[in-house]
Design a protein around this ligand. Structure first.
Ligand code: PLP
Length: 472
């Protein structure tokens, strides 16, 4: 592509992007189509001759856009939000234009040094202890894997990296029954075997029972297992349940267990001093992960991973082939040694743009507003005769179900609520997801997109009430 053509096309795209941001709410939140509808419009083989950009862009508009789910829609209330604020998008434009591979200091000193500084800013903004050092990972799933591998190597004096597992190593990993599925996946990948992941029971708030954790560790120790690591959660995916971090930290110290904290979503709320009770005891943990790419208005991917002992991390992952040696190695961070992939995107740039554009205050205002949305919804559900709240609402996620008069059969309630969810989602006006809590089918409603207003939440809730009335 000639620069002249690029310039024209890019100007056109920027206008498209700004229009999209203004009008996201006018789309159906999710496309109403069948599997295969998009694929069937795409030729089965690649073109031999190059095609004009105008043609590509036409096809983008006519084929791709109708198949998109609009995560930035103000009435996207599903999963957890994923940020894409203006400043973050602008940074991604620059980063992709620079096309730099930021694997070591020399491959872009600015990227490395900005990342160092951004991780310090973020650590301090979230009130994490100054003994933590941060690095950006692609996702929380990777960060948790990195943590498990570091725990493994640290414990085995780096011998499993060298020789592989031997028969005497019977490690146990502990997490709550409400932990994210990435913990299961990471335990498998790290070679521990899923049978060695012990799921600890939760209390009535869906938080880990720390006394049960202690009992499980005691029991395993007696059976000859090595209790290696506890993964605790600040803000579970199902219901934003908050594990008792201080109590867990104490147990980890006592039994010399590694402690990793998964605060992927809710960690952003630590921007608010009034929410710091959630992380009490986190200063004793070995590692901590939070995803700015969820609630901090930063495009996917950007997962901030903080560790106490950066040398253990580096020793677990370092490689030094001749072609990657540089004279500055002893003076700088070479982030290729801080995680799994060698190549790294320039991700600190978007964090810099986002933090400076909003300021700490601007970010705090948004998060506070979103928590108010959650509390508003909680009141609505709590005061309604026909709906039932199924979990506490510490932040902005509510888990509820429709419970019409006289219906108590669990199966029937599940059927009614799954029907309600499908009807709502098929309207294209709103998008929600479901979970199971204590065996009960629950609808999740989380409002945390940048462009969501209280009015959107109110409209969304009215639609839920209206649709429920039509169901039974
Ligand atoms: C979203 C989420 C994850 C997974 O995050 P990725 O960055 O997509 O891997 C892990 N844990 C919790 C608690 C989450 O909410």
């Amino acid at each position: 592509m000639e620069t002249k053509e690029f310039r024209e096309a890019a100007h056109q795209l920027v206008d498209w992007m700004a229009d999209y941001m203004e009008n996201t709410g006018k789309y159906n939140v999710r496309p109403l189509l069948r599997p295969g509808d998009i694929k069937n419009q795409l030729p089965t083989s690649a073109p031999l001759e190059g095609e004009a950009f105008t043609k590509l862009f036409d096809d983008f508009n006519s084929i791709i856009m109708p198949g998109m789910t609009h995560w930035q829609h103000p009435q996207f209330f599903a999963y957890f939000p994923t940020g894409a604020s203006g400043p973050s998008v602008l940074a991604e434009m620059l980063s992709s234009t620079l096309g730099a591979q930021c694997m070591i200091w020399l491959t872009s000193p600015a990227a490395e040094e900005l990342e160092e500084r951004m991780m310090e800013w973020l650590r301090d903004m979230l009130g994490l202890h100054s003994s933590f050092t941060g690095v950006i990972q692609d996702s929380s799933s990777s960060a948790t894997l990195v943590s498990l591998l570091t725990a493994r190597e640290n414990f085995s004096s780096y011998q499993i990296n060298q020789k592989g597992f031997d028969d005497t190593q019977r490690f146990r990993i502990y997490t709550s029954a409400q932990a994210h599925s990435s913990v299961d996946k990471d335990v498998k990948i790290a070679g521990f075997g899923i049978d060695n992941l012990v799921k600890i029971n939760v209390d009535e708030n869906f938080a880990m029972k720390s006394e049960d954790l202690r009992d499980a560790i005691e029991k395993d120790s007696k059976l000859g297992y090595t209790p290696l690591c506890v993964v605790s959660t600040i803000g579970s995916t199902s219901s934003t349940a908050i594990d008792p971090i201080a109590a867990i930290a104490k147990i980890c110290l006592e039994y010399k267990c590694w402690h990793h904290i998964d605060a992927s979503y809710a960690g952003t709320a630590l921007l608010l001093p009034e929410m710091r009770w959630m992380s009490e005891g986190a200063e004793l943990a070995d590692s901590f992960v939070v995803n700015p790419h969820k609630w901090m208005f930063t495009n996917f991917d950007c997962s901030a991973y903080f560790v106490k002992d950066k040398n253990a991390l580096i020793r677990t992952f370092s490689i030094l082939p001749e072609y990657l040696k540089t004279p500055e190695d002893h003076l700088v961070n070479n982030y290729r040694d801080w995680g799994i992939p060698l190549g790294r995107r320039f991700r600190s740039l978007k964090l810099w743009f986002v933090i400076r554009s909003y300021g700490i205050k601007g970010l705090q205002d948004k998060i506070r507003l979103h928590i108010q949305f959650g509390q508003w919804l909680k009141e609505k559900v709590a005061s309604s005769k026909h709906f039932e709240l199924l979990a506490p609402v510490p932040l902005n996620l509510i888990c509820f179900r429709y419970k019409p008069d006289g219906i108590v059969d669990e199966k029937k309630l599940e059927e009614i609520n799954s029907n309600l969810l499908n009807t709502l989602n098929s309207s294209g006006k709103i998008l929600l997801t479901q979970t199971k809590l204590n065996g009960k089918y629950a609808i999740r409603f989380v409002g945390g997109s940048e462009r969501t207003t209280l009015k959107d939440i109110q409209q969304g809730w009215s639609l839920v009430e209206e649709t429920a009335r039509g169901i039974i």
